[in-house]
Design a protein around this ligand. Structure first.
Ligand code: SF4
Length: 63
């Protein structure tokens, strides 16, 4: 199980609010107009980012 960002749901027009709530510092974003990226080597799939994203862009995948 992994978490990824659905690029069709993320408007890529603001700083990702989930970055500061991730307990593993697994989310990065180059700038406020780019897609946030989840580092699967750090992510523990806790789901916090899924709760904080206003666009529900974080989703679990089976990869
Ligand atoms: S599921 Fe948890 S650990 Fe993984 S990116 Fe989201 S907040 Fe970070």
């Amino acid at each position: 199980m992994k978490i990824r960002v659905n690029k069709d749901r993320c408007p890529q027009n603001h700083k990702c609010p989930a970055i500061s709530v991730c307990p593993k510092n697994a989310i990065s974003q180059e700038n406020p107009f780019s897609l946030p990226v989840v580092d699967s080597s750090k992510c523990i799939v806790c789901g916090k980012c899924m709760m904080y994203c206003p666009k529900k862009a974080f989703e679990k995948t089976d990869d």
